[in-house]
Design a protein around this ligand. Structure first.
Ligand code: ADP
Length: 495
């Protein structure tokens, strides 16, 4: 590729140089020729005038007596000196003497343009074919008192002189041609290498390789092209990476969706199978068995309640995730909200003799949906009670206000959570101990619902936990936007 471009460029450069040289040769030849003719015409004119003055007597005699051998010899001697053919012409156009031809045999010259001018008293010149000699001549005629003196030089002589000049010029141009060719080859190599790398790079782009970049981007059009190709590659690279990220994200979402469907069907199948099994057992006669019938009915009710909890949690989760859940934001006293949450859970906590405490020092106004906040607290407290052994304690309270947000925590003295489970705790259906969760009536969706509700309030939820020593779930809520102090203005917490 490189060699081909190099050859093409070099040949193009050479063609250009040859065209330029031919043009120079042609025009310079023409100029040299016309200059030469001009100079020669002037020279012949001067020579003619000098002969006319110097040889006045002889020329007078020639006009009066006609030509004789001595006169012809004289004319031939003068022609040699002048380095031109000489012709003496009478006023009526008769040729009186000629240095190269027999005057008696020559036709009348009265119609020759230069002779007409000279007889008229003016010198003149012209280039014509000589009928006597059969070649082209440059003629210059000057006036004589008794006619005209004409000097002629064959054009072939002029051509020889011009050709000599042209040959010298061609030689000089050829000498200049060699370094020009070397320079052209040097530039052709540079351009061809660069062009080949740009073409190569464009080929890489066409194949989808957008990671490489063209190095050594220089100035000029090729530099601009390289820069634009680099920019295009960078844009394409970015777009491809974005698509790859989106693709990975979609794949992840698809996996999550499939897992969810599998989990939901599994969670529903277990209680349904139990209900179906015990119902059939009762119908097959166990209903009449006083020892077992109430126990079986109890199991059926337990599983029906489990199904109800599961469907309720699933519906809540889907409403939040699909954003169809409408939140009624208002300003509430945080302490009142926390107390209300504790009161709701107190009967359950009492059964395990778990002590519920409120540790909120300053009362602030929070901006939230009261039902959502109630559900967040209920789920966290429900878990805390479930995973705290009898005689334990649970503290609900508020932390410091930071950047317009207050931290709310639910801390227990329960079984804690192993560190490896903490990162996945808020995933749907994730449970540290599946059997224990089921036994305690858990659905595995409580924390997922909490996380979505907190996020819908622009907050975040986190957990600190230590196996065997308890857990502390803490989340943030927005403090009332205007930051007003609470002076009984907040809306009452709904019952
Ligand atoms: P579940 O219905 O099983 O309680 P959650 O989503 O509410 O589902 O909780 C997920 C899991 O997180 C629970 O199964 C439990 O293993 C663990 N967990 C939640 N809260 C606590 C807590 N306060 N103490 C210990 N483990 C907890």
């Amino acid at each position: 590729m490189n060699a081909r471009i190099f050859a093409k460029l070099t040949v193009s450069f050479m063609c250009l140089l040859i065209i330029a040289m031919t043009a120079v040769d042609f025009f310079a030849g023409r100029i040299a020729e016309s200059n030469y003719i001009e100079n020669l015409t002037r020279e012949l004119n001067e020579k003619g005038r000098m002969i006319a003055v110097a040889e006045r007597d002889d020329l007078q005699r020639l006009a009066a007596d006609g030509s004789d051998a001595r006169m012809v010899a004289r004319i031939q001697a003068l022609a040699r000196e002048a380095d031109a053919r000489l012709t003496v012409i009478a006023r009526d156009g008769r040729v009186l003497a000629d240095s190269e031809a027999d005057a008696a045999l020559m036709e009348n010259h009265a119609n020759r343009p230069e002779v007409v001018s000279a007889i008229g008293g003016d010198w003149s010149s012209g280039i014509r074919l000589s009928p006597t000699m059969g070649v082209k001549f440059l003629y210059v005629a000057v006036p004589l008192p008794a006619g005209a003196l004409r000097l002629a030089v064959p054009l072939s002589e002029i051509q020889q002189q011009v050709d000599g000049v042209r040959m010298k010029m061609l030689g000089a141009t050829a000498v200049a041609f060699l370094p020009a060719i070397a320079l052209a080859a040097f530039f052709a190599r540079r351009i061809s290498r660069r062009l080949a790398s740009v073409i190569d790079y464009a080929g890489q782009l066409a194949k989808g390789n957008f990671r490489e970049r063209l190095s050594g981007v220089d100035k000029g059009e090729l530099g601009l092209l390289s820069k634009q190709l680099n920019d295009t590659a960078a844009h394409l690279q970015k777009a491809v990476e974005q698509l790859e990220r989106e693709h990975a994200e979609l794949e992840k979402l698809e996996r999550v969706r499939k897992d969810f469907v599998i989990n939901v069907s599994h969670e529903l199948r277990t209680p349904l199978a139990s209900i179906q099994g015990y119902t059939e057992t009762l119908m097959d006669g166990a209903l009449e068995d006083p020892r077992n019938n109430m126990r079986f009915l109890g199991i059926i009710r337990h599983n029906a309640e489990r199904l109800a909890r599961l469907t309720a949690d699933l519906m809540t989760l889907s409403r939040i995730e699909l954003k169809t859940q409408e939140f009624q934001f208002a300003v509430y006293r945080i302490n009142e909200s926390l107390e209300s949450g504790l009161d709701t859970m107190r009967p359950i906590a009492d059964k395990k003799n778990i002590h519920l405490k409120l540790a909120a020092e300053t009362d602030v106004a929070v901006y939230c949906d009261s039902e959502a906040l109630h559900q967040i607290l209920s789920n966290l407290l429900d878990n805390a009670i479930k995973y705290t052994p009898v005689n334990g304690s649970i503290t609900v309270g508020t932390g410091p206000i930071d950047d317009g947000r207050i931290e709310i925590f639910v801390q227990d003295t329960g079984i804690g959570i192993p560190p490896e489970d903490v990162p996945r705790l808020f995933e749907r259906f994730y449970r540290v101990d599946k059997a224990r969760s089921r036994e305690l009536g858990g659905t595995g969706l409580g924390l997922s619902i909490v996380k979505h509700l907190v996020r819908a309030h622009g907050g975040e939820i986190q957990v600190r936990s230590e196996s065997g020593r308890g857990s502390c779930f803490y989340f943030t809520l927005q403090v009332e936007p205007s930051g007003r102090p609470l002076e009984g203005e907040a809306v009452e917490m709904p019952a």
